[in-house]
Write a protein that binds this ligand. Structure first.
Ligand SMILES: Nc1ncnc2c1ncn2[C@@H]1O[C@H](COP(=O)(O)OP(=O)(O)O)[C@@H](O)[C@H]1O
Ligand SMILES: [Mg+2]
Length: 270
């Protein structure tokens, strides 16, 4: 068990698919590792371009094997060349909401094994506002909303913030603007979202920065490499590193919310 060192749990979400959550999760995680953090990336997005694919990894086992008692969480962790560990997604995993007490206990045990081995847990969530997305996001300490300058991205991010706030009392959100095309676009986008949430909800939004639109991201995805590894000096790679630096400066909560154990308990018992 962890001897008092808090762990930062960051859920990367945004409501809408295709806004860049997975690319941000992967590249930010790698950039955090370069800052000396021990990072585990939990792939909770079962979409097509998932974390394994982006990093050219091949998962043989996944979280479903852990829950069914076939192996430990450590056995399914994939090590990447960039120094992060990935917990692969499982398309067969039932939603957290439908798990029984035994599986909940299994999940808690699985994660407690991992506690001494990480500083940051990044969760790449699926699109939408499913029960599982809400469970992961509510249990995390930091919620990083990815938005881009499209009406549906703002609407979906707002809908997610509204549900989390009204139904679950979540009040603090970080926002990163993705695919920006001008210097001011990121902050403008943040202000748009902050204005509408400020008017109707009791939440605090904090701006975490922006990632510019950059063709090298698509090229890196095609090569099954992370952008910051394939094109380390591209403008998006610089932005991912800036984002990681910002994230590494967020205060890590002291216990009890800062502990992985409590993250997992919140995840399954909420
Ligand atoms: N900053 C960016 N500039 C250009 N293309 C991007 C950027 N971020 C993501 N993309 C592209 O957008 C698509 C969706 O990204 P992805 O990270 O899979 O989104 P999500 O996980 O939100 O569905 C991918 O094709 C990716 O290459
Ligand atoms: Mg994704």
């Amino acid at each position: 068990m962890n001897n008092g060192r808090p762990i930062q749990v960051i859920a990367v979400t945004g409501g809408k698919g295709g806004v860049g959550k997975t690319n941000i999760s992967v590249n930010m995680s790698l950039a955090l590792a370069k800052l000396g953090k021990r990072v585990v990336l939990l792939d909770a997005d079962l979409g097509l371009a998932n974390v394994d694919l982006l990093l050219g990894l091949k998962a043989e086992k996944n979280i479903a094997d852990v829950l069914s008692g076939n192996c430990d969480l450590k056995d399914i962790l994939l090590e990447t060349t960039g120094g992060i560990k990935v917990i692969p997604a499982s398309s067969g995993t039932q939603s957290l909401a439908s798990m029984g007490p035994q599986e909940h206990a299994g999940l808690i045990n699985a994660f407690s094994d991992l506690e001494d081995e990480l500083d940051v847990l990044v969760i790449d969530t699926a699109a939408g506002i499913s029960d599982t997305v809400v469970s992961f996001v509510r249990a995390a300490q930091e919620i990083l909303l990815v938005v881009c300058d499209e009406p549906s991205s703002i609407t979906d991010a707002y809908a997610l913030v509204k549900i989390l706030n009204r139904d679950y009392g979540v009040s603090k959100f970080r926002v990163v603007a993705n695919m920006t095309r001008t210097d001011k676009e990121g902050l403008n986008l943040f202000n748009k979202l902050a204005n509408v949430t400020g008017r109707f909800l009791d939440v605090t939004l904090q701006y975490a920065g922006e990632v510019p639109f950059d063709e090298t991201i698509r090229k890196a995805v095609q090569k099954q490499q992370a952008a910051i590894e394939a094109y380390p000096s591209s403008k998006s790679s610089i932005a991912y590193r800036n984002l990681a630096k910002t994230v590494s400066e967020w205060p890590v909560l002291k216990q009890p919310r800062g502990h992985l154990e409590f993250f997992v308990e919140r995840l399954v018992l909420q």
